[in-house]
Design a binder for this molecule. Structure first.
Ligand code: 5AD
Ligand code: SF4
Length: 473
């Protein structure tokens, strides 16, 4: 097969000198799913930058299209196949013009479906699972040599060791808030969840690796870092002292890095909130008072069937302890309605736990059977219409709580991290400690500043604010 992006000779510069310039290859990455996929897409782009690719937001310009896929719920694979149909047509049009388009599928659908993707969508050139994306340049070289490549091993080598680091300019182009994956995979095997199968078993990065990456982010101008992991609070990495550290201790260490003003972590399992982590919430002002701690259901029977390995009362007690440590903490959660066997009474238990906790934000889903998970094999699947109806009731309650939380901010002075220009001219958007977008006048501060603002009103999913001179409460 011909080289996909050959070296071109271009007429460069005003003097008209001729110079051999490698024509820039462009990659378009479409990201589905969670924040970890957002992080992975960035790291794939970094890996490809070392191979001469620059990222583009315009699919029409791309030489390489990557779909970084998610497999967590519903027909995710089907969505990918229909998107692939559209890209296949683009590839065919390109071929008529004598140009090439390389198509890749990465992420969890790639891991779950493997070579089946190329059987069903022969226009696809490469399929790369989440554990092997550091090998992308090598995979592309093999594709250029005329092959189709499927790489879905679980990592034998540490992908993070092999990934090139982005340049400071590239880091800050992505924003003053950044994700940093510290842990991947999951050993919990909740019976509804496909993650342990697509992302493999739990792997924690070392303290040294994480600190080095956080320092690079800080040096580039990042102010807020969110540590990511499927089960982030189960992180237990090797410390510089050779001992094993937990997430709490890691947060204390990261808080020492100059420039990093805010830390967050997501997503957590209630079983893994240890004392040191709760102490970090008590002692670190850098650790934002917002915690995503999914409970999934309020019914002990369903929690047991889900293999969550805790009861509703354990969760409530835990939240009490966290709130005792940090009184202004806002809770966020995930809920599944219509898990196999869920009765009306079980669902009412979920409504009850939501009322008892009071969530600042939450995500709720209809159960969708994932192939290969124990839940999919269970009896007593709940009819779709019942799931729909329960989801509506639950969401109405959650929206009510979220709005009440926003309204409770009005009149308060809070610290806001100015993040980016607003959608409307003359505005900038900041981020509150509780992850709410805060809309301010563009002159309120520069991007990256953390300033006190007074909340003047609420919008749809956002807060409006004016700058104030005094420090926040
Ligand atoms: N069906 C519905 N929701 C699911 N989630 C995970 N697997 C499923 C499934 N099979 C939800 C859980 C999890 C969030 C990331 O997605 O609530 O916390
Ligand atoms: Fe999935 Fe449960 Fe692991 Fe979360 S803890 S990733 S829901 S198996």
């Amino acid at each position: 097969m011909e080289l996909e992006n050959s070296v071109a000779v271009r007429n460069e510069g005003r003097t008209g000198e001729k110079a051999a310039v490698a024509e820039t290859k462009k990659v378009f990455v479409k990201t589905y799913g969670c924040q970890m996929n957002v992080y992975d897409s960035q790291r794939m782009t970094d890996a490809l930058a070392a191979d001469g690719y620059v990222a583009t937001d315009a699919i029409g310009e791309a030489d390489l299209v990557l779909l970084n896929t998610c497999h967590i719920r519903e027909k995710a694979a089907e969505k990918v196949y229909s998107e692939l149909g559209r890209i296949r047509d683009m590839k065919a049009e390109r071929a008529l013009e004598g140009r090439q388009l390389t198509i890749g599928v990465t992420g969890c659908v790639a891991q779950a479906e493997g070579a089946e993707i190329i059987r069903r969508a022969p226009a696809v050139d490469l399929v790369v699972g989440p554990q092997t994306y550091h090998r992308l340049p090598d995979v592309l070289a093999r594709v250029r040599d005329g092959g189709k490549v499927v790489e879905t091993d679980y990592a034998l080598d540490d992908k993070f060791e092999h990934l090139p680091q982005p340049k400071p300019a590239e880091i800050i182009k992505r924003g003053v808030t950044a994700f940093l994956t510290v842990q991947e995979g999951c050993d919990k095997f909740c019976t509804f969840c496909v993650v342990p199968y697509t992302r493999g078993s739990e792997v924690s990065r070392s303290v040294a690796q994480i600190v080095a990456e956080a320092e690079r982010l800080a040096a580039a101008g990042v102010r807020e870092v969110t540590l990511l992991g499927q089960n982030v609070n189960a992180w237990h990495g090797q410390g510089p002292d050779g001992g094993e550290w937990g997430l709490g201790r890691l947060l204390f260490r990261l808080a020492e890095i100059p420039g990093i003003a805010r830390l967050r972590y997501t997503t957590s399992h209630p079983r893994d909130m240890d004392d040191e982590l709760i102490e970090a919430h008590r002692d670190l002002s850098t650790l934002m008072p917002y915690l995503h701690l999914p409970v999934q259901s309020g019914s002990d029977r369903i929690l047991k069937a889900m293999n969550r390995r805790h009861k509703a009362s354990d969760y409530l007690r835990l939240i009490e302890r966290i709130r005792a440590a940090r009184s202004d903490i806002a809770m966020s959660g995930d809920f599944i309605v219509g898990f196999p066997g869920e009765t009306e009474a079980d669902f009412e238990d979920t409504m009850t736990i939501v009322r008892e906790v009071g969530y600042a934000s939450a995500f709720s889903f209809k159960y969708s059977p994932r192939p290969g998970t124990p839940g999919a094999e269970m009896n007593d699947h709940v009819p779709e219409a019942v799931k729909d109806e329960r989801l509506q009731r639950l969401q109405a309650l959650l929206v009510e709580q979220q709005q009440a939380f926003s309204v409770s901010m009005v009149g308060r002075t809070i610290e806001t991290l100015i993040e980016k220009p607003g959608r409307q001219a003359g505005q900038k958007v900041g981020r509150s400690p509780w992850l709410q977008p805060v809309i301010v006048d563009e002159k309120a501060g520069e991007i990256g500043d953390i300033i006190p603002v007074r909340i003047t009103g609420t919008g749809f999913n956002s807060l409006h604010a004016e700058p104030v001179a005094e420090a926040a409460e």
